[in-house]
Design a protein around this ligand. Sequence first.
Ligand SMILES: Cc1cc2nc3c(=O)[nH]c(=O)nc-3n(C[C@H](O)[C@H](O)[C@H](O)COP(=O)(O)O)c2cc1C
Length: 164
Amino acid sequence: MKALVAYFSQTGNTKKVAEAIFDELPDEKELKDITELSDLEGYDALFIGFPVVAFGAAPPAKEFLESNAEGKKIALFVTHAAPEEEAEQEGWLQNCKDAASTAELVDFFDCQGELAEPVAEALLKSGNPMFEEFGRRQPETKGQPDASRLERARQWARGAVSKF
Ligand SMILES: Cc1cc2nc3c(=O)[nH]c(=O)nc-3n(C[C@H](O)[C@H](O)[C@H](O)COP(=O)(O)O)c2cc1C
């Protein structure tokens, strides 16, 4: 089985999760930044990850999936600054899944990632009350994804790979 783990990551969180997933996959495998890829051809198992940006999939990942995901079996993984249990999260994660609506979603993983300080500062100055609220919560996100979240990603990958 040939697997691809592809990610889009602006501040490194989704990349850390991608690397944890990659470590768990057997056999032939590749780890790539989405921006290095022109398509998703030639793989048996596709793991694709990106951050939540403005309550949905990060635009470059969304655009990439819209152009390349049709008819493919894909396991998605996402990171977000809000805690996993946050009530609004369900809708935001659904927006992420919708970015791959032309694909067959075989599995899905999400976990918290740190809100980078420059991003928090920009959100605080955005003039948008919802973004400002996010910016104020930056300290709660520090150090994420931590070792336990990365371990959860590894466990998830071991189960997800058997679904292709
Ligand atoms: C412009 C922008 C908008 C964001 N919007 C959200 C959001 O709506 N919900 C959320 O939980 N996190 C949001 N985040 C935080 C990122 O999803 C989080 O920090 C993520 O782990 C970043 O992943 P990366 O390091 O792979 O880029 C946003 C970050 C940026 C830069």
